[in-house]
Design a protein around this ligand. Structure first.
Ligand SMILES: Nc1nc2c(ncn2[C@@H]2O[C@H](COP(=O)(O)OP(=O)(O)O)[C@@H](O)[C@H]2O)c(=O)[nH]1
Ligand SMILES: [Mg+2]
Length: 551
């Protein structure tokens, strides 16, 4: 959890509601960073930061800002509420470029005023005044601000107004009957704050100057203009700072707000919800699925093809068959087959475990992927992306798309490495090969023994010597049996071994295929699917964060 949210949680007792919302908005902003319009994300993060700061400051104080155009009567109303002529009226001296504050019950308000940026010399404490009246205790906790004119030509005034409008808990818009429809006020401040109706008041000042009989029509028009801003629910009061009319009512309304102590959270909730709505507009409420199993499989297939897996598997098949035959065949033909090339050696893949450690990172002599194979990989990636990004709003779909190709350049190399690093399982010599080989040698020895024996007998006949007695078995002479039996059994067994060798080769090829695909799946997951997954997770985090902020 972030430090901001932590401190927000510490400030609890101020409604777990708002902390959950700020938390959600913060998560959403973090997930949207580098994915959505940076200007929007910056704004949202500002709101998160501001909310966290305000929540850490005094919850016992309600900051009420008097805002409005030059001459609308902000300073006059400020003085009327304070009961003293603190604010300079009707003047535009440099001092008015700073807001003036008056605090009722200043205990613990220092940090809040610092955060609001009110210079010490512009801070007044109502407690320190001699003439504290009864109504003062009602306003305990009020921090009243007299803002600079929002329509001032001085840039520093605007900056000050904007900062305080964004930080105050209650906004009182002081309007002049002559200028209440001023477009600058409505476009710059009121319309963008439509979600803040709950923390706003409109005060129509200078009513002493409105001819009797025209007031109702005027109020109706003010209401019409506010409704057009989306602020139809904002209460409109009428005052005259000159005659004192309506000041009591204004004070009563402020007392109510200060006592309820709800304005601060209401302000933050409105801020958070407005910011969340902006993110929500860009994010929507899609439910993207993860890359499907079938999509993964087709991606692994395409990559396996491009990496030459079928070529390697075929080589494993052939090499195993050749080696098995060489080991288990009739020794004479087996010896001759040594002169045939080994397919794995040709691909430089028969390196054994230690050889691989030395050269594992060098490229195998596999054929380069063809254009068609590469195109198929690209197309499959696009397919996976389309699948994953379907239903996502544009900026998020774009993020998924660029994530999917962010590491595509590394894929070829990684696939080569995966193939070279895979143990193809061809180094081991199966026991049955050795047994068969031993048996073949025994049979060959028997045949040779029989043959030599017969030759010796032939020598006796040739030299007309008496033939030595030759043992017989079942009426056949043993040397003949040895010679013919040895050859026949050797040939028969070699045939049988050939069948077994074929089976052995198929098994090893299948095992090599499986292991190679495991390696390739890893590459695909790491370089293609994971980056996509990160974007989808960010999307969900943003969507859920926005939902939590708007709940
Ligand atoms: N007739 C009339 N004049 C007012 C009223 N409120 C303020 N004024 C005058 O309007 C001028 C500007 O007032 P000020 O309080 O300085 O307005 P600010 O610029 O909004 O602070 C001053 O001359 C005030 O005396 C009002 O309710 N009725
Ligand atoms: Mg003023």
């Amino acid at each position: 959890m972030s430090p901001i949210v932590d401190s927000v949680k510490q400030a609890l007792g101020r409604g777990a509601d708002i902390t959950g919302k700020v938390d959600g908005l913060e998560r959403a902003a973090a997930a949207a960073r580098d994915r959505l319009d940076p200007a929007v994300v910056d704004d949202v993060q500002l709101v998160v930061g501001r909310a966290g700061q305000r929540l850490r400051l005094s919850a016992d104080h309600t900051v009420v800002a008097l805002a409005g155009a030059t001459g609308s009567g902000k300073s006059s109303l400020f003085n009327a509420l304070v009961g003293l002529d603190l604010a300079a009226i009707g003047v535009r001296r440099p001092t008015t470029s700073w807001a003036l504050s008056c605090t009722w019950g200043s205990d613990g308000s220092g940090e809040l005023l610092d955060w609001l940026g009110i210079p010490r010399r512009h801070q007044v404490s109502r407690d320190s005044m001699l003439d504290t009246s009864d109504s003062d205790s009602d306003l305990h906790g009020l921090v009243l601000l007299d803002l600079p004119d929002h329509d001032s030509t001085e840039v520093s005034h605007h900056v000050e107004v904007d900062r305080l409008v964004s930080r105050a808990d209650v906004l009182v818009w002081v309007l002049d009957p002559q200028k209440y429809a001023d477009a600058a006020l409505h476009d710059r401040y009121l319309k963008p704050l439509a979600a803040h109706a709950g923390i706003m008041l409109v005060v129509l000042n200078h009513v002493d100057e409105v001819p009797k009989g025209q007031l109702d029509g005027l109020l109706a028009d003010v209401h019409r203009v506010l409704t057009a801003d989306g602020l139809g629910s904002v209460p409109v009061l009428t005052t005259s700072a000159r005659t004192g009319e309506g000041i009591d009512e204004l004070q009563r309304v402020l007392v109510k707000r200060v006592r309820a102590k709800r304005s601060m959270t209401a302000r933050l909730v409105a801020d958070v919800e407005t910011a969340a709505a902006r993110l929500g507009e860009l994010t929507g409420d899609a439910r993207p699925g993860d890359a499907s199993r079938s999509a993964k499989e087709s991606l692994v297939d395409a990559c396996a093809d491009a990496a030459g897996v079928p070529v390697v598997v075929e080589a494993v098949h052939k090499a195993t068959a050749v080696r098995a035959r060489r080991a288990t065949g009739w020794p004479v033909t087996a010896w001759l087959s040594r002169f045939r090339p080994d397919p794995l050696k040709r691909l430089h893949l028969d390196l054994g475990a230690s050889g691989k450690q030395l050269t594992g990172l060098s490229r195998a002599s596999l054929p380069e992927a063809t254009q068609v194979q590469r195109a198929r990989v690209d197309q499959t990636v696009r397919h996976v992306v389309d699948d994953a990004a379907s239903g996502l709003p544009k900026p998020w779909a774009t993020a998924v798309r660029s994530a999917s190709v962010s590491r595509l350049e590394d894929v070829n190399d990684a696939l080569d490495k995966a193939v070279v690093a895979t143990d193809l399982g061809v180094a081991r010599t199966p026991i049955w090969w050795r047994l068969a080989q031993a048996l073949q040698w025994v049979l060959l020895a028997a045949a040779l023994t029989g043959g030599l024996w017969l030759l010796a007998l032939l020598g006796f006949v040739y030299l007309r010597l008496p033939e030595p007695p030759t043992p017989e078995w079942q009426g056949f002479s043993v040397p003949t049996l040895l010679l013919l039996g040895g050859i026949a059994a050797g040939a028969l067994f070699a045939g049988l071994s050939r069948l077994l060798a074929g089976w052995s080769a198929r098994r090893r090829a299948a095992a090599a295929d499986r292991r190679l695909r495991e390696g390739i799946t890893e590459v695909v997951e790491q370089l293609v699917l994971e980056p996509i997954q990160v974007e989808l997770d960010a999307y969900r985090a943003c969507r859920d964060g926005v939902a939590a902020a708007r709940r």
